[in-house]
Design a protein around this ligand. Structure first.
Ligand SMILES: Cc1cc2nc3c(=O)[nH]c(=O)nc-3n(C[C@H](O)[C@H](O)[C@H](O)COP(=O)(O)OP(=O)(O)OC[C@H]3O[C@@H](n4cnc5c(N)ncnc54)[C@H](O)[C@@H]3O)c2cc1C
Length: 531
């Protein structure tokens, strides 16, 4: 049986083995003999700035023991999360289509292919190596490829990211996602770190390995193939691309939050969409060391080599006219960079990324303000237009993909917009500008309220020399593609929308988990080709 011992707190410089030994000793103190023991979770507790702790959970594989001894030893019985899979008996005529090769599409494909369902994967973008070359070319030439960029291509939006795998959802599929990513070459510590991250350098190789694995397993992956229409047929779904039309038994729609043409196509085809809250704002950057010291306190220098670079999570809600609205930090990238995440010509979009080492000079995060459905015209696609206008305004500041940038001192207090200590990391480049000319007034108002609040939580957070780069418009999907409990579209029975673009997930792990659960649903309806 497996027992889990939690909350074993040690000074950061104490070797991990001490935690394992402590758990085995606790078990032995109640007559429980450990066969093996390993660390299953590591987090850092820096609430007491002069007493930072690394906190461990340890899994002990033990011979059978009675519940009282287990409890008295301070452990709980550990049950490995598992996926429940059943196969349906609906006859199959053809294959299953997966549209979009981001985390949701990738993990849906892994499930389908490994359980014997013939699968065709459509991806409008290119393979990961071609995509990396396209992004490099964009940063040199500032000519955007609208089909191969930070949003579109193998691995989806998450490939050129910090690759943070944190999620708030509690789903057995999340453990499966981490296990598989580690199996495809992600660092092993994602399996036990409380704040797992991969980094874009390793993520690109992971995506390449998954692509090869699926291809070797018989999946038909079609890069550079954009799906332009999806319609119903009596015995399935018809997928249209430039190459023609094909009939599939079912289709997973995992096209992400930036496939604005897909939302338009679905809308025109009568698929039910719904406005949903999303957020816009900007990126804030500080010196990484300043954030590390503010978060860990003066002991940071004593333990620096044993501590991950600090992450923060900030939020502030206020009521206005009976409406609750939030400003919060989002997608924090310690030791990372701010990058251009545009996917439409003539629009600037910011986001963050880092390499696995996270050893960049700055740390950054998005500061986002919630946009509520009532803030926008009734048109269900008005959120997309709202985002687009901000992106185009930002582009028009310099008629280029250089991003408008302002110091916090200038934004808050009208001081001279002078870059000093913190050098903006955004590529291809920045243009000094007043962000009030780019972001809506209510967004600027809430950003200011947030900055004053966050300074109380993290000293120096709103220092004059911190820099803001805008606009961060693609924090989540502004539209939900309605699906029922069986996970398909009411108006198109064989279409299964999932992931971030469908409005049911946010972030790499939760999008991947949604892809898995959607594939499991399809498998419970249809017979596999082969078992
Ligand atoms: C720069 C950046 C950094 C990020 N950092 C993190 C992070 O550190 N941690 C985290 O959890 N999340 C992060 N995110 C968010 C995360 O990437 C997304 O939440 C996640 O990728 C959503 O997965 P998805 O599969 O639903 O959609 P996507 O990843 O958006 O994938 C959709 C795929 O569908 C393809 N597609 C779209 N339209 C079509 C079509 N018509 N035909 C065929 N293919 C199509 C696209 O090309 C794309 O590859 C980041 C996002 C960005 C842009």
């Amino acid at each position: 049986m497996k027992l889990i011992y939690r909350q074993i707190a040690l000074a950061p410089d104490v070797p991990r083995q001490y935690a394992v030994d402590a758990a085995v000793k606790k078990a032995a103190s109640r007559g429980i003999r450990a066969c093996s023991a390993s660390i299953c979770r590591i987090s850092v507790d820096s609430r007491k700035k002069n007493d930072i702790k690394t906190v461990y959970s340890v899994l002990v594989e033990a011979e059978k023991a009675d519940i009282n001894s287990i409890k008295r030893s301070g452990a709980d019985i550990y049950a490995e999360p598992e996926l429940k899979i059943t196969y349906g008996d609906n006859e199959r005529n053809g294959k299953i289509a997966v549209i979009g090769f981001g985390p949701a599409g990738i993990f849906a494909s892994l499930m389908l292919v490994e359980h014997g369902y013939g699968t065709v994967i459509f991806e409008r973008g290119r393979s990961v190596s071609e995509r990396a070359a396209d992004i490099k070319k964009f940063l040199q030439s500032c000519v955007l490829d609208a089909e191969s960029n930070i949003q579109f291509g193998a691995g989806g939006a998450g490939t050129f990211s910090d690759g943070k795998l944190i999620t708030r959802i509690n789903d057995n599929a999340c453990n499966y996602v981490l296990q598989r990513l580690a199996g495809f070459g992600a660092p092993e510590d994602i399996l036990y770190s409380a704040r797992p991250h991969i980094g874009t350098d390793i993520l690109q190789t992971v995506i390449a390995d998954i692509t090869k694995y699926l291809t070797d397993k018989g999946a038909d992956i079609r890069f550079n193939t954009k799906v332009t229409s999806i319609t119903e047929s009596s015995n399935g779904v018809i997928i249209k691309t430039d190459a023609g039309e094909e009939l599939f038994d079912a289709a997973v729609l995992a096209t992400g939050h930036s496939a604005r043409d897909v939302y338009k196509m679905l809308y025109n085809n009568g698929i039910e969409l719904q406005k949903k809250p999303f957020s816009v704002g900007c990126r804030i950057e500080h010196l990484r060391e300043d954030i590390d010291v503010s978060m860990y306190g003066p002991d940071y220098y004593k333990y620096a080599e044993y501590l991950p670079h600090a992450e923060y999570n900030l939020s502030h809600r206020t009521e206005e006219n009976g409406q609750s609205r939030g400003v919060y930090s989002f997608c924090m990238c310690p030791g990372g960079k701010v990058i251009c995440s545009s996917s439409e010509t003539g629009g600037v979009v910011t986001n963050g990324m880092s390499y696995h080492s996270r050893d960049g000079q700055n740390s950054n995060s998005a500061l986002a303000v919630s946009v509520l459905p009532d803030d926008l015209p009734s048109d269900v696609l008005s959120g997309i237009e709202f985002q687009r206008q901000i992106e185009q305004k930002a582009y028009s500041v310099s008629n280029s993909y250089n991003a408008p940038c302002q110091t916090v001192g200038s934004f808050l207090k009208g001081k001279k917009n002078e870059i000093t200590t913190v050098i903006p990391s955004y590529e291809p480049g920045i243009i000094k500008a007043d962000l009030h000319t780019v972001l809506p007034d209510f967004v600027c108002g809430y950003l200011k309220a947030g900055l004053y609040e966050f300074e109380k939580k993290i000293k120096g957070f709103s220092a004059d020399h911190a820099v803001l780069t805008a606009p961060e418009t693609r924090t989540s999907a502004p539209v939900r593609i309605l699906r029922n409990a069986e996970r398909y579209c009411v108006k198109l029975k064989h279409l299964y929308p999932c992931g971030e673009g469908a409005g049911y997930a946010g972030g790499i792990t939760s999008a991947a988990a949604d892809g898995i659960n959607t594939a499991v649903k399809i498998m419970s309806v249809f017979k596999p080709d082969k078992i």
